[in-house]
Design a protein around this ligand. Structure first.
Ligand code: OGA
Ligand code: MN
Length: 210
């Protein structure tokens, strides 16, 4: 997997920046190259098979707990230097971080992300990605790793854009969706098959939470 060098003034990144500033969210159906999507899906499945994914918790710090009635996905945080495909993904996301900072002055300093695997039937109820005691998450970014996904499989990301408007994103391999973490409530609908993604958050500097 070659390194993913993409300049931060690439038209695709500028489109995302424009969407974010106009609407607070953006969807790019063709974001990850096919070979990178496949390599990331294989890495996620390998980690799952090796037992490295664990039930995701709700909340953070001492108040975090596993609650399958709220979210049923299994996750593993990724770190640089573990895997070539993950590093390519991290490079792409860093180019996006720079593009957002250059144009929107959000002061995004870092990016945290995890693999997520939703077994059939699993869901994540409506929520915001920002914690009450930690507002460092500014922009959420999800890339999907599912080959051959059909609407009938379910598993849509449902975003609540205002009081009346909602918008469903199909979790199709290679697709990226980004949105403002503190402003767009969203949920993951249950699917009939396993659903794989990489979910991440661009964060600004903040005081360490209590
Ligand atoms: C999350 C989340 C959305 C998705 O992990 O916080 O909302 O489509 N994920 O996987
Ligand atoms: Mn979320």
């Amino acid at each position: 997997m070659p390194a993913m060098q993409i300049p931060s003034d690439h038209p695709l990144l500028l489109q995302i920046v424009d969407d974010l500033s106009a609407n607070g969210w953006s969807q790019q159906n063709i974001f990850l190259p096919v070979d990178l999507t496949q390599a990331l899906a294989a890495e996620c499945r390998k980690r799952a098979a090796e037992g490295e994914l664990a039930p995701a918790a709700v909340g953070r710090g001492s108040s975090s707990e596993i609650r399958e009635g709220i979210r049923g996905d299994q996750i593993q945080w990724i770190e640089p230097g573990q895997d070539e495909a993950c590093d390519s993904y991290l490079q792409l996301m860093d180019s996006l971080r720079q593009a957002i900072n250059r144009h929107l002055y959000l002061g995004l300093e870092d990016f945290e992300s995890h693999f997520a695997m939703y077994p059939p039937g699993a869901f994540y109820l409506k929520h915001l990605d920002r914690f009450h005691d930690d507002d460092r998450r500014v922009v959420s970014a999800v890339v999907y790793l599912n080959e051959g996904w059909l609407p009938a499989h379910g598993g849509q990301l449902r975003m609540y854009l205002d009081e009346t408007a909602k918008f469903d994103v199909e979790p199709i391999g290679g697709c990226l969706v980004v949105f403002l973490s503190g402003e767009v409530p969203h949920e993951v609908l249950p699917a009939t098959r396993e659903r794989l993604s990489l979910t991440g958050w661009f964060r600004r500097r903040g005081n360490e939470p209590f």
